[in-house]
Design a protein around this ligand. Structure first.
Ligand code: PA5
Length: 427
């Protein structure tokens, strides 16, 4: 399981006890939400228990795999792709496509003709050669401008190379959204997002499960991790509930002027978890003139770009360090003593040990400069562990929203830009 250390949060026990009391009714509501299936705003905590949905997703996966696809293109934006990218890169690595992958994956989100054009320049010659491409269009609302624009272009391309193209298309959306109706009309495969599940909480729904399962990620283990963490984060005793505890600590630090929350990930493959977390914090908490600005840093890379600011700049940041106990690859240095002249004491050492030592050095500097932080160590980057971590983060966000007094489940201002765009397009 994941290890948490809260001892460097710089929040006094008295303050934590006060916030624990404040959180009590919300923990009770969360416990009740567990019994209400999809009839509560917090319903995403129940996604990992939805065996019927998992079975349906696996049925569509097995039908799609029978087509022997070479490429999977996920068309979706925000909550409709960030969680999938986060899990894919954590479990399979950032260089998955370049390694020995049978099914390559592309994500198309924004309407950028250059980058989407590059994807099409890769796909079209492959289609000409008879290679197969599955397109998964994902939109909860079923009417996000970017997603629908990109989806149309891709479907049009697939149609050029196979007149029975419908079987290569999978639509993931809310039941009875305009996208749902279109998919049924065209005989595409359709997967349902339960109505109460908001985009940024949807990674354990078919939104994430279909593409991740297509890539061979073990969905049962992913969901088991999420389920086990849910149980822990329903504990009324905040000392045994890391989601509630870290929400209390973030909140207390926010009140102490730490308006920026830095998720400092000491693993390059976790970078997209940082991007997913930005949406989670940003959209859930940024309301009523309140909000914690989420940022992401990668260790050790960003020590060489941002650390000066973090340690010496304005003391307005709270940091969560995340490290991985055991990576997938062991890389050790050769023993070349002539290099001692350049850097002492690293000959023959494993890179993972050097990384750990650097992290220790960083934390020591944070302590000296009185910059608050918590530490999380995940045992590995396997599906189970990543399921645990993402569930923890989503429940932490919900507890934090409660403490801040905001609705963690809507995004009225995102809807505003979408509506304004549609209005201007109509002109
Ligand atoms: O979390 C959210 O609800 C949003 O960020 C959405 O995920 C994003 O705007 C995409 O919306 P949709 O899935 O409806 O296309």
């Amino acid at each position: 399981m994941i290890k948490f250390s809260f001892k460097d949060s710089l929040i006094k026990e008295r303050e934590i006890n006060k916030l624990a009391k404040k959180l009590r009714p919300e923990i009770e509501d969360m416990q009740e939400a567990e019994l209400k299936e999809y009839n509560d705003d917090r319903a995403s905590i129940n996604l990992p228990d939805d065996l019927a949905s998992l079975k349906n997703v696996k049925r569509v996966i097995s039908e799609c795999l029978k087509l022997n696809p070479d490429y999977l293109v996920v068309v979706g934006i925000g909550g409709s792709n960030l969680g999938t990218i986060a899990i894919q890169e954590a479990v399979l690595g950032k260089f998955y496509n370049q390694l020995d992958s049978k099914l390559k994956i592309f994500y198309v989100d924004t309407v950028d003709s250059d980058s989407f054009g590059d994807v099409l320049r890769i796909l079209e010659p492959e289609l000409k050669k008879g290679k197969k491409v599955i397109v998964n269009g994902i939109s909860k609302s079923g009417k996000t401008t970017e997603t629908i624009a990109n989806f149309e272009i891709l479907v049009n391309l697939i149609r050029k190379y196979d007149k029975n193209y419908e079987k290569y298309i999978v639509v993931t959306t809310d039941k009875f959204s305009p996208f749902w109706d279109l998919a049924l009309d065209k005989a595409f495969n359709v997967l349902e997002i339960p109505r109460k599940i908001g985009g940024r909480y949807s990674v354990f729904s078919p939104v994430g499960l279909f593409p991740l399962g297509m890539l061979g990620i073990n969905l049962e283990r992913l969901l088991r991790g999420a389920r086990e963490m849910k149980k822990i984060c329903l504990n009324e005793n905040i000392m045994k509930n890391p989601a509630a505890m870290s929400a209390a600590i973030e909140y207390a630090n926010y009140h102490d002027g730490k308006h920026i929350s830095n998720l400092f990930l000491f693993s390059s493959d976790l970078e997209s978890i940082g991007k997913w977390n930005r949406q989670l914090f940003g959209e859930s908490l940024g309301k009523k003139n309140k909000g914690i600005t989420p940022i992401t840093s990668i260790g050790t890379t960003d020590l060489h770009s941002m650390l000066q600011l973090y340690l010496g700049g304005k003391n307005d940041k709270f940091t969560t360090f995340v490290s991985v106990k055991k990576g997938n690859t062991k890389l050790a240095m050769p023993k070349l003593s002539e290099y001692d002249l350049l850097v002492d004491d690293i000959q023959g050492k494993e890179l993972a040990d050097i990384m750990d030592t650097i992290l220790l050095g960083v934390k020591a500097s944070y302590k000296i400069n009185k910059r608050p932080f918590i530490s999380i160590e995940i045992p590995n980057k396997k599906a189970f562990t990543i399921g645990v971590f993402l569930q923890y983060k989503m429940m932490q966000t919900m507890y934090l929203g409660f403490l801040l007094g905001v609705n963690s489940f809507n995004q009225p201002d995102v809807e505003k830009y979408k509506e304004e765009t549609r209005r201007i397009l109509r002109r």
